[in-house]
Design a protein around this ligand. Sequence first.
Ligand code: SF4
Length: 80
Amino acid sequence: MENTEKTLPIPCPDKRWNCAAYADGLCIALGDANFGGRACLFYKSKEQSDAEWVASIHRLIGLGKYEAAAQLIQKGWLNE
Ligand code: SF4
């Protein structure tokens, strides 16, 4: 039986250094970045990622999901 398990992190094939998931040539978000020769479909700049993080926190607070918002805030701080 073939071992298809991927090891993390994987090399970023596009070398998109300004992607939020890029770290020293590696992708810390995906287990597979083979898009059939196309550019990565999950590329997101740090600015985009931060803006979406803040919007998500606001959305959770608006829904009254304070515990989830607090967890998301903590997770963001831990990733800094
Ligand atoms: S999400 Fe895509 S562009 Fe970003 S580091 Fe990973 S493979 Fe590279």
